[in-house]
Structure formats: C-alpha cells, structure tokens
Unconditional design. Structure first.
Length: 405
C-alpha cells in the first residue's frame, strides 16, 4: 500500500524541482526527453530502484497516445497558417514522396540485417520507425531562430505522418495474422481512406462545433474564466477518442482539429491553449520517465549489434536520403535539406506502434520491440543534444543568406 504513494511522491518532487528551472534548461542542449528518461533510468529498476511503477503495455500505450494527441492538437493550433500556405509544397513532398521512400529503404535495410524476419515483419518494422515525433521535435519547431517556413513544414510533417502510417501498420498486422487473405490491396485502401477520412472529418467538425459553442457561450458570459483553458484539453481528447472509436485515426483528428481551431480563434489563443500545452508537457514527462525506468534497461540488456546498426541507419541514411530525393527540384539549399532530414526524431508514435506490435505476439515481436526502443533511445539522445545548438546555428546562417521569409 505504501509503494505507489512513494512513486508518486518522488515523481511529484521531481516535477516541482524541474518546473523551477525549466526555463533555464530550455536554453541549454538538454532536452526534456533526455532529462526525464535519465531520471527514470536512475530512479528505476536499473538504478536506485526507488520507483516501482507497474508499467505494462496498456498503460504505457494510453499515456503515450494521450500525450501525442495533446501535443499534435496544440502544435497544430499554434501553426502560422499564412506561412504554411506559402510553403505547403515541402510537407506534401515529405509525406507523399519522402515517407514511402523512408519505408521502402527501411524495408531493404531490414531485409539485409534481419534475415530471420519474415518480409511482413520487416515491413512492420519499417513502418513503425517511419513517423517523426512532434514532441521530440518541439525544441526545433518552437525555436524562433529557425525560419518560419521550415518550422511549420516540420510541424505539419510530424503531425500527419504518424496518422498515415497507422493504416499501413494495421494492414501489415492483418496480413501477418491472416496470410491467406487475397484482398490485401483492397484492405489497405479501405483502412487508409477510413483512417484518414474519419479522422479528418471528426477533427474538423468537432473543432468547428466546439468553437461555435464557445463563442455563443462567451457572448452570454456563461463560461467561467478558470474553465476556459479546460476547453482545449477536452476538445483534443474528444477528437482523439471519438476518431479511434469510429475507426479513424485519432492523431489525424487531433492535428486537423488543432489546425481548424487555430484558424478560427484569432484572439486570446494563448490563453485558450495554455492548459492543454501544460497537460501535454506533464504527460510527456510521465511517458519519458516510464520509458527510462522500464524500457531503457530492457534495451541495455537485450541489445544486439544488428539492432544498434539499424537504429543508427534509421536516424541517418534511411531518413535523410529520402528527404533529399523528395525535395529535388524545389531549389532548397543543401544545409536546409540536411536540417530537415536530420530533424526527423522518433518518439511517442513509435512507442505506441511498438506496444501494438508487442501485443500481437508475432514470431519476432520482442526483437522488433528492441530495435524500435533502441532507435527511440538514440533519437532522444542525438536529437536532444543537437536540437538547440543546430537550430540556433541554422537560424543564424539562414539570416546571413537572406533566407528568412
């Protein structure tokens, strides 16, 4: 009866102390994910053994999904739509060309490094590590040093690619459990259109109705001031849960809902979103602490050289080469292409996908989970350490080259 309270007491004290210096730490090369994961590692079963959270696949998946949904919603709501409209070609190139190339290249490399995997399992691995993470990329997309168009493009890419990968993952899982199914193409098309269509419809309609109701009640002074910030949290979770329940992508719903809200609310947007952003940060903290306490020790104990090598390639060549190919003919300079290519971190979406695949108990689910977890860990470190200094350098360089729009 005592242990759960001690876990929450330690976590609450850590949150309080971190909150006191969060502003100062945001100006260093230490990212939130690094600090939270290291805290979980040090205080968890691998280190001092003071935290004994009962981390299972279901609660880790739930927290990661809610965290990602809130981050996608608030990031989309804060997007600069005028800048985005002027540079829309890049995110669509990254999604329509870069994402399939990333999955294809990941599949080819996986076939070579993991001959014991079936082709479907290699495809599942490639899809799990294709989406980029809005949470780990936050230090870049919120850095005013980075040109607005690059920030908005990376934000849109990370907001949509995980939702696009969901139907691909489910289709491959269905093929792996029902290998005799001859309707693979129709299944994939059905899942893709259902996930994207329902998700976008739910997100847009919920946001429009929600903001109209808010305006109606504000005019009549029905909303208490301290309840206004709760609206965005409730709307984001409603978008996610409703889309998931109806067979759509909750992540697409949250991103589209956030974009719609951001386009409709012209004033006091910061006050409306502040609680949702804070809740997303708090859930992110818990997710990464759980990751550090339970997943990182598992990776350290089970890691193989082939898994490590694939993780390194996933964060470098498998990501950067497709970006180069996707932007051919757009006139982007090589440093901008490298910057966009490098900042494709893997995080919360891949955690959710890993939990889904582990629950399916494929012949090599455990090995796939190790590879994905290793990639996420390397991404937390590599992108966490490089985000602030590289974003600052790139911002200064782009201004010198008169690239700032």
């Amino acid at each position: 009866m005592i242990e759960p309270y001690s876990d929450w007491a330690i976590l609450a004290i850590f949150v309080f102390l971190y909150s006191l210096i969060a502003g100062r730490l945001s100006r260093t090369w230490l990212s939130d994910a690094i600090i939270f994961s290291v805290f979980g590692l040090v205080f968890g079963s691998f280190g001092l053994k003071l935290i004994k959270f009962n981390v299972n696949s279901e609660n880790l998946k739930t927290i990661a999904e809610l965290t990602l949904s809130l981050i996608l919603f608030t990031d989309a709501a804060n997007a600069n739509l005028s800048v985005l409209r002027n540079s829309l070609r890049l995110p669509w190139r990254l999604l329509a060309v870069g994402l399939p190339l990333t999955i294809g290249l990941g599949f080819i490399v996986g076939q070579f490094l993991f001959p014991q995997f079936s082709p479907v399992e290699v495809g599942i691995l490639a899809v799990m590590l294709a989406p980029t993470d809005a949470a780990l990329g936050k230090a870049v997309v919120t850095n005013p040093q980075v040109p607005d168009n690059i920030r908005e493009d990376l934000n849109v890419e990370s907001g949509l690619n995980d939702g696009i990968c969901v139907p691909l993952l489910f289709a491959l899982l269905t093929i792996s459990t029902e290998p005799g199914d001859s309707n693979t193409a129709s299944l994939l098309f059905s899942l893709f259109t259902q996930q994207i269509g329902i998700g976008a419809l739910i997100g847009a309609s919920f946001a429009v109705i929600g903001i109209q109701l808010r305006t109606f009640c504000l005019k009549r002074d029905w909303i208490a001031a301290d309840w206004q910030p709760i609206l965005a949290i409730a709307l984001a979770i409603a978008c996610f849960a409703s889309a998931q329940h109806l067979g759509g992508s909750g992540f697409i719903a949250c991103f589209v809902g956030g974009l719609t809200l951001g386009g409709m609310v012209k004033t006091e947007k910061e006050d409306l979103l502040i609680a949702a952003e804070a809740t997303g940060d708090a859930l992110s903290l818990i997710t990464w602490v759980m990751f550090g306490a339970s997943v990182v020790p598992f990776v350290i104990n089970e890691l193989t050289w082939s898994a490590f090598f694939y993780a390194v390639l996933s964060l470098t060549i498998i990501r950067i080469l497709p970006v180069f190919l996707a932007v051919l003919g757009m006139g982007l300079d090589r440093w901008s292409i490298l910057f966009v290519g490098w900042f494709g971190p893997r995080g919360l979406a891949s955690i959710v996908f890993a939990v889904i695949v582990l629950d399916e108990k494929l012949p090599h689910s455990r090995d796939i989970g190790i590879i994905v977890a290793c990639t996420i860990l390397l991404s937390v470190l590599a992108h966490g350490f490089s985000a602030t200094p590289l974003a600052n350098w790139y911002g200064q360089w782009s201004r010198r080259q008169n690239l700032q729009p």
